[in-house]
Design a protein around this ligand. Structure first.
Ligand code: PBG
Length: 340
């Protein structure tokens, strides 16, 4: 039995049983036919930064292509969202340093920037959903999400303020409350406070697995809390080494009444996203954070990446991992691209 020669083709057929995985990849039509996940504009939540005053958009230096908008600018952005079929926008305020204090009291002012922007958008573009963060960091002089005593962030005292913040925002017309503070028990208390205030229809998207992450840096620049932050957020945001804990956090938030859950950051935590989406089968979202956005944009600016391709690839990766939708600063751009 010497010298028997097999051709490469024979060997491959023997190994694969004749199954050629590339067969379905040969044409655009067949790739489309078997594609498992498809990104759609219905998946998008567009985070927008609001600022005081009027006039032109103010670029966020560390987030190329992202601006802080006046209230009128936000109304225009909401119209753009409507025209692009983006279901919901998420508003984040840049608060003037003179309005920040130890307890974040501006968060409770029904005339604060976020409430005025919410009312103006609701009046002009009622068909677009509005989501607002519940957390005190845009309003505190120390940049933390809760109330401080010395160098500690107080849980229950913070939750009390966060409940009032949620009601103020819901009464201004916010449709989705996004508790991003990571205090214990906040979802139950916010749900109760909303119901007591007659806001039974206001939804809660809980930042359930929110990690203490380096990827929030540019966001903190955008809302003006970066320079103010004393220390870090590791006593309330999660340790990035943990994923069993994310399951417990999500279970807890759902038991407390969350309608939707979220994982944040996004791409470095796809394992967590996939796990929660599979485990709970509830609407599960991912936040493509400012740092993820800026990494891509920095490479694009250097000519190192094709930005459009990287954008669609990363957003599709969230869908593949099981996301119901994605908060992404690319929202208007990708929606425009999908419209052709
Ligand atoms: C506020 C909040 C943060 C983000 C969303 N809400 C920052 C933080 O927790 O420090 C980050 C968003 C992003 O990086 O794009 N609690």
């Amino acid at each position: 039995m010497t010298g028997e020669r097999y051709s490469i083709t024979d060997r491959i057929d023997a190994a694969t049983g004749g199954m050629r995985m590339r067969r379905l990849r040969q044409a655009e039509w067949s790739r489309r036919l078997v594609r498992e996940k498809q990104l759609s504009t219905a998946d998008l939540i567009w985070p927008i930064f609001v600022r005081e005053g009027s006039g032109a958009p103010q670029p966020v230096e560390s987030m190329p292509g992202v601006d802080r908008l006046s209230v009128e600018g936000c109304v225009e952005a909401a119209k753009r969202a409507r025209d692009l079929d983006i279901p919901v926008i998420a508003l984040f305020p840049y608060t003037d340093p003179s309005l920040r204090d130890e307890t974040g009291s501006e968060a409770l002012n029904p005339e604060n920037l976020i409430c005025r922007a919410t009312r103006a958008i609701k009046a002009a573009v009622p068909e677009v959903g509005i989501m607002c963060d519940v957390a005190l960091d845009p309003y505190t002089s120390h940049g933390h999400d809760g109330v401080m005593a010395g160098d500690r962030i107080l849980n229950d005292e913070s939750v009390e303020v966060l409940c009032r913040q949620a009601v103020v925002q819901a009464e201004a017309g916010c449709d989705v409350i996004g508790p991003s503070d990571m205090m214990d028990g906040r979802v139950a208390c916010i749900r109760g406070a909303l119901d007591d205030a007659g806001c039974r229809d206001t939804m809660i998207m809980a930042y359930s697995a929110k990690y203490a992450s380096a990827f929030y840096g540019p966001f903190r620049d955008a809302v003006g809390s970066g320079g103010m932050l004393k220390g870090d957020k590791r006593t309330y945001q999660m340790d990035y080494a943990n994923s069993d804990e994310a399951v417990r956090e999500a279970a807890q938030d759902l038991a407390e009444g969350a309608d939707m859950i979220m994982v944040k950051p996004g791409l470095p935590y796809l394992d967590v996203l996939a796990r929660l989406a599979r485990e709970f089968g509830v609407p599960t979202f991912a936040y493509q954070t400012s740092g993820e956005y800026s990494m891509i944009m920095a490479a694009v600016r250097n000519g190192w990446l094709d930005g459009d391709k990287a954008m669609v690839e990363t957003l599709t990766a969230y869908k593949r991992a099981g996301a119901s939708g994605i908060l992404t600063y690319f929202s208007p751009k990708v929606a425009e691209m999908m419209r052709g």
